[in-house]
Design a protein around this ligand. Structure first.
Ligand code: CTP
Length: 396
């Protein structure tokens, strides 16, 4: 949360400078304190008066004004974060080379706090080898770079180079620096990924889950202070986050055993894995040879982990399940809430574009035991994880 944080906003001469006004407004609304420093050319795009009115602080842009000297060292030490948004190509090049011909650069060079930059420029400038090298230099200095977005650019061309939207910039700050630790001392159990139901030594039955959503949830819970046990089905995504302990499993049965063992000691359990509902009745230790005609496979139901934990649940434990539906979504989600004794069901609709298996984005509706139904916009899976964890914190 940015509430109470001191943000030193550096504004450079770029058409995206107009967004610095909205960014400042959002930061102030969220309870941050903002002091802005502009480069001389930034004043061609937004006025110091607009920024000082919105930030409720004087805006600085001169190293020397009248007979006074602006104390750049003090500014760099005052801030919790120095945020350059937008960062122009010119200021980027100067930062990469340690130049110091204006107040903003002097503040940057003397800042002792973390520095975050949100570049903004046309695609050709962004992709130029000189710019690439300057960005790499900034990263090597330990600065944090907020990825640019694709879209319509000042030149009228379409491409990479747009500054991230103010909401995304704030989300970046929260995710990397200002996450609150409301879950300190809590233990969370998360399932993620698909399961593999083995047929023979070389074959299995599975589904298209990648585990992205569950991994994002495990990461978010850990960032908020929880100690997380992530029971993870087979996935190609590497997981290495502080506070997240991974228990790799293969089949639905392995996942069931791990969860039933861990649940009594958990305060929160989030079942986001796409667990196979059926598994082959028998496993052939020898590779099955093909034959003429059809091949019939007999399968049996797996045990429902969410249902089993719902039966074991004691007062104070929070149980979260997922539902993936493509018709009668609301009524199925509500039924699941009841039948599995969950406190919260996260519904993914298969009808929503950009939601579901493999996508980096998701669009969910959360159904809560008390009757609340909250519909969210399409967002990155990490942002969706944040929304879900916010609701979990409200319930705990
Ligand atoms: N789940 C589980 N164990 C299983 C199957 C599912 O824990 N063996 C969990 C999932 O992780 C998810 C929720 O249950 O949180 C999904 O519920 P489920 O009834 O399996 O959903 P669908 O398979 O989509 O339901 P249906 O077959 O009724 O369409």
């Amino acid at each position: 949360m940015v509430e109470g944080k001191k943000i030193l906003l550096g504004v450079c001469g770029s058409i995206a400078a107009y967004k610095s006004i909205l960014l400042t407004r959002l930061l102030i609304k969220a309870g941050a304190e903002v002091r802005a420093v502009m480069t001389p050319s930034a004043r061609d795009f937004v006025t110091p008066l607009s920024l000082s009115t919105i930030s409720k602080n004087e805006v600085l842009f001169d190293l020397f004004r009248e007979d006074t000297w602006s104390n750049h060292v003090q500014l760099g030490r005052w801030a919790d974060i120095m945020l350059m948004a937008p960062l122009s190509c010119n200021t980027l090049a100067k930062m990469a080379n340690g130049q110091c011909d204006n107040l903003l650069l002097a503040v940057y060079l003397s800042a002792t706090c973390p520095v975050v930059v949100a570049p903004a420029m046309d695609e050709d400038m962004w992709l130029h080898p000189a710019t690439r090298a300057n960005i790499e230099k900034l990263k090597a200095f330990g600065n944090h770079v907020i990825p640019v977005e694709k879209g319509e650019l000042a030149s009228g061309l379409y491409g990479e180079g747009r500054m991230a939207e103010p909401e995304q910039i704030i989300a970046f700050l929260e995710q990397h620096f200002f996450f609150s630790k409301e879950l300190t001392g809590k233990k969370a159990l998360v399932t993620a990924g698909p399961t593999h139901e083995p047929l023979d030594p070389v074959r299995y039955i599975s589904n298209q889950s990648t585990g992205k959503m569950g991994i994002a949830l495990a990461r978010e819970l850990a960032q908020r202070g929880a100690e997380v046990e992530l029971v993870l089905g087979p996935t190609a995504i590497p997981v290495n986050y502080p506070g997240v302990h991974v228990i790799p499993v293969q089949s639905a049965e392995n996942m069931y055993d791990a969860c039933v063992k861990l649940f009594p000691d958990s305060d929160i359990a989030v079942m986001s894995a796409a667990v196979a509902d059926y598994t082959p009745v028998s496993f052939s230790s020898e590779k099955i040879k093909k034959d003429s005609g059809t091949f019939n496979l007999e399968m049996t139901r797996t045990r429902d982990i969410l249902m089993a934990l719902g039966k074991q649940k004691r007062a104070g434990q929070i149980l979260v399940g997922f539902a993936l539906e493509n018709h009668d979504e609301v009524s199925y989600a509500r039924k699941k809430l009841e039948s599995k004794n969950a406190d919260l069901i996260v519904l993914n609709s298969l009808n929503d574009p950009g939601a579901g298996f493999g996508f980096d984005t998701n669009r969910v509706t959360i159904f809560e035991k008390g009757g609340a139904e909250i519909r969210y916009d399409r967002k990155s899976k990490q942002q969706v994880a944040k929304d879900i964890v916010d609701r979990i914190i409200k319930l705990s």
